[in-house]
Design a protein around this ligand. Structure first.
Ligand code: FMN
Length: 369
């Protein structure tokens, strides 16, 4: 019998999946309607990709304050929940599984999204990034330092959004605590200069994540919750590594062992950080021995390196981003060792089906030859 590739083996842990190929969360900006409601087109896109062991949806804002990009489908209104039901039904029809990614961008937003009000962040420090507003790219501004009330409201918003996701039929939720967005802004001592119980020590800077987890698990089982972290992010989305960074992630990841999560989703460095002081260049290798639950790894993987990271015992699951944009049948292509379609970066965030639902599956390719 043929040896089955590691990526194609089922996962039977807290989470059970038919294979280890995960579609990484990716913003595609197709909810270009009043109310940012998920559409039939979005349902078709996810349905096409349902042979993944697990799909993680694009980041979905948990409240109006959490929004920082145009045309992203939210999870805070009943109309949005109704819209998402079409997506979860379409994926389940094909026996797929789908989690929703809970997102708050914090300071990577712009007053244009908030009727002129400042975006929220742990401290009033401008990330000096660009925000993609309805009028195109604009410079970010100095955000408003969150009050304790703002923090409590945000924690509540995460909980309500998680409940909405389950009501919309999602198999679980992923807390987006990476890529320089709100929760990552709390973790980092360059973006968090607070002097209260949410700033200063590692425990204080990490506290909001655990408070969110504790709140969500009052409503939904912790086995349906995943957490995403990007420890070595540097020079992107206003994040900079410093001497506090890796000790902070060591602490967070150790403490996540106290929860029976669906998974921990980590990213290898997005860019070359080998010359950057305080960077950890091998995320899976560092954190596999520390984290006891299901570990998902991301960034720059292909079929070969994906199989290898699992065979080496450094991860249980691999999430693929850009390859999933252009290969809806990525699992079948891996099964058949088939060639992959290239992706077109020009249509990553543009409205409509072009570069979204029109990438061919293998069968269609063969028929047109
Ligand atoms: C178009 C696009 C949109 C993305 N949107 C999100 C997002 O909403 N949430 C998130 O956590 N990561 C997002 N990412 C990052 C991906 O999940 C992934 O980490 C990144 O693409 C690296 O993986 P890859 O090398 O397999 O593409 C996005 C990436 C791309 C290319």
């Amino acid at each position: 019998m043929q040896n089955i590739q590691s990526l194609l083996k089922p996962l039977n842990k807290t989470l059970t999946l038919s294979n280890r190929v995960v579609m990484a969360p990716m913003t595609r900006s197709r909810a270009d309607n009043e109310g940012n409601i998920p559409t039939d087109l979005i349902a078709e896109y996810y349905k096409q990709r349902a042979s993944a062991g697990l799909i993680i949806s694009e980041g979905s804002p948990i409240s109006p304050k959490a929004v920082g990009y145009i045309n992203v489908p939210g999870i805070y209104t009943q109309r949005q929940v109704e819209g998402w039901k079409k997506i979860t039904e379409a994926v389940h029809e094909r026996k797929g599984k789908i989690f929703l990614q809970l997102w708050h961008v914090g300071r990577i937003s712009h007053p244009d999204f908030h009727n002129g009000d400042l975006p929220l962040a742990p401290s009033a420090i401008n990330p000096n990034e660009k925000s993609y507003t309805p009028e195109g790219f604009k410079e970010t501004v100095t955000p408003k330092e969150m009050t304790i009330d703002d923090i409590k409201t945000t924690i509540e918003d995460f909980k309500n959004a998680a409940v909405n996701a389950i009501n919309a039929g999602f198999d679980g939720v992923e807390i987006h605590a990476s890529n320089g967005y709100l929760l990552h802004q709390f973790f980092s001592s360059t973006s968090n200069k607070r002097t209260d119980e949410y700033g200063g020590t590692i425990e204080n800077r990490s506290k909001i994540l655990f408070e969110i987890l504790d709140e969500i698990k009052k409503e939904i089982p912790e086995q349906k919750i995943g957490v995403r972290l990007n420890p070595s992010l540097h020079g992107i989305f206003g994040m900079t590594l410093n001497e506090d960074t890796i000790p902070t992630f060591d602490y967070i990841i150790n403490k996540l062992n106290d929860y029976d999560l669906a998974y921990l989703h980590l990213s290898e460095p997005f860019n070359d950080v080998s010359e950057i002081p305080h960077a950890e260049t091998q995320i899976a290798k560092r954190y596999r021995p520390i984290y006891k639950g299901t570990l998902m790894i991301n960034a720059h993987f292909d079929q070969e390196s994906g199989n290898k990271v699992i065979e080496d015992g450094d991860a249980d699951l691999v999430s693929f981003g850009k390859l999933y944009i252009s290969n809806p049948d990525l699992v079948e292509r891996f099964e058949q060792d088939a060639p992959l379609n290239d992706y077109d970066t020009d249509t990553f965030y543009t409205p409509g089906p072009k570069g979204y639902t029109d990438y061919p599956i293998l069968e269609e390719e063969l028929n047109t030859k």
